[in-house]
Ligand binder design. Structure first.
Ligand code: SF4
Length: 418
């Protein structure tokens, strides 16, 4: 650590801790936890996922942002982009006078306003190698909150690129984390990358590996998602797979197996190791949140799931994708989505919000609740309070008596998406 690059905060945890607790914790959530994660009032039965909301990486990034403001009260403080993908947290950080910079790909354009001596906070998902180099050249103070789990992915990418493997990243190529991860591959001579978003895109890559489509056809689809001089004939001979940390685990396993089979079909089983490597780099926080949702869905008895988190939050999207095929799912990005007139939400796979008026039937309703890794408890708690208010109840009315019958949902697959 030197005086212009900080990775471990400023020793102000005890000062900002009470502020963070007041801002982001929730008495309602604490009460639900104390009641065994299941409680109800007036026929509304809530079941909270065992793991949800803020992960260790987000906790740390938000803590450092608050510490940074205290450490540099008189300096201009910027965030190189949204600190995390949650509108409530980003608004509060802007309210402290921290400017969130616009999302230009070109670092010169993105950091045009930043001058020597300014403070720039780097988010939990990291920044690309050119962005970091550009900021360092500007002689500003950098507060790097890149999560340890993201650094772990970068380490794997370096191993692949160093050993001559093209890095295949299962992730969204425009996502900050994936762009940062991809840039790590290019720090090695001859380093290359290609991003696949899902199994369908992976199948296209496999079609090329098996000789079923041309290089032109492949690159017409992946031009934006691959290194600039990517040549399929050269760069799909030896491949190493890594993931954006927040992808859906079940999909990641399918991507891995799909690529492995294609490499076997093309080159044979013998010597596969010299052509194909794979590490699951989904972070433990993402995994725990997905496991908790899976457990709830497998137990059954829910009439609906409410998934809370930013619409651009990759890990929240993954939770909603798990729930939607199995139970009526409402993906909401803030508590104000719950109103007397209905629930405003985004259906999985659609880009527009929609409002469902008839989402809460009279009588007993069993509601599962989860939230992405960038959603604070305060947002989860307020959402629950607004639902309770629709029946004239408050969190104080919640009792343990709400025993969820796991066998018979009364309102399954109602009117989501209408
Ligand atoms: S979701 Fe995972 S990788 Fe991202 S900040 Fe949280 S713990 Fe780190």
């Amino acid at each position: 650590m030197n005086e212009t690059y900080f990775q471990k905060g400023f020793g102000l945890k005890s000062e900002v801790g009470p502020v963070l607790a007041r801002t982001y914790q929730s008495a309602v959530v604490e009460r639900l936890k104390a009641l065994g994660y299941e409680a109800g009032a007036s026929g509304l039965h809530f079941k909270l996922a065992r793991e949800f909301g803020f992960c260790y990486g987000v906790d740390r990034a938000v803590d450092y942002a608050y510490q940074t403001r205290r450490q540099f009260p008189d300096r201009r403080v910027f965030l190189s982009g949204e600190i995390i993908h949650n509108p409530d947290v980003n608004r509060r950080i802007q309210d402290m006078g921290i400017r969130i910079l616009d999302h230009f790909q070109d670092p010169v354009e993105r950091f045009a306003e930043v001058a020597a001596g300014d403070v720039v906070i780097l988010p939990a998902f990291g920044v690309s190698v050119p962005e970091l180099a550009h900021l360092k050249s500007k002689q500003c103070v950098l507060v790097d909150t890149t999560c340890g789990s993201v650094l772990n992915v970068w380490k794997k990418v370096h191993y692949y690129a160093r050993d001559g493997y093209t890095v295949i990243i299962h992730g969204k190529h425009h996502h900050e984390e994936t762009r940062a991860t991809a840039s790590q591959a290019l720090t090695h001579a001859g380093g290359q990358y290609l991003c696949v978003r899902d199994v369908a895109e992976t199948e296209l890559v496999c079609d090329y590996i098996r000789g079923n489509i041309s290089a032109e056809d492949l690159m017409s689809r992946f031009r934006e998602a691959a290194s600039s001089d990517f040549n399929p004939a050269l760069h799909l001979q030896r491949i190493g797979l890594a993931n954006q940390t927040t992808m859906l685990m079940s999909e990641t396993l399918k991507v891995q197996e799909t690529l492995r089979r294609a490499m076997v079909d093309r080159h044979g089983e013998a010597g596969l190791e010299s052509r194909f490597r794979a590490f699951d780099t989904i972070c433990s926080a993402t995994q725990e949140r997905q496991d908790a949702v899976l457990e709830m869905l497998d137990k059954g008895g829910l009439d609906m799931m409410i998934v809370i988190g930013g619409y651009n939050s990759s890990n929240t999207q993954a939770l909603a994708r798990m729930c939607a095929p199995r139970v009526t799912t409402y993906y909401v990005d803030n508590p104000q989505c719950v109103t007397e007139a209905g629930i405003r939400h985004k259906a999985v796979g659609l880009s527009e919000e929609t409002t469902t008026a008839t989402w809460l039937p009279p009588g007993d309703v069993r509601i599962g609740i989860t939230a992405g890794a960038s959603t604070p408890d305060s947002v989860v708690g307020e959402t629950i309070e607004r639902i309770l208010a629709l029946r004239g109840r408050t969190a104080a009315d919640l009792t343990q008596a709400a025993d969820i019958d796991h066998s018979s949902p009364t309102f399954a697959k109602a009117a989501a998406g209408k």
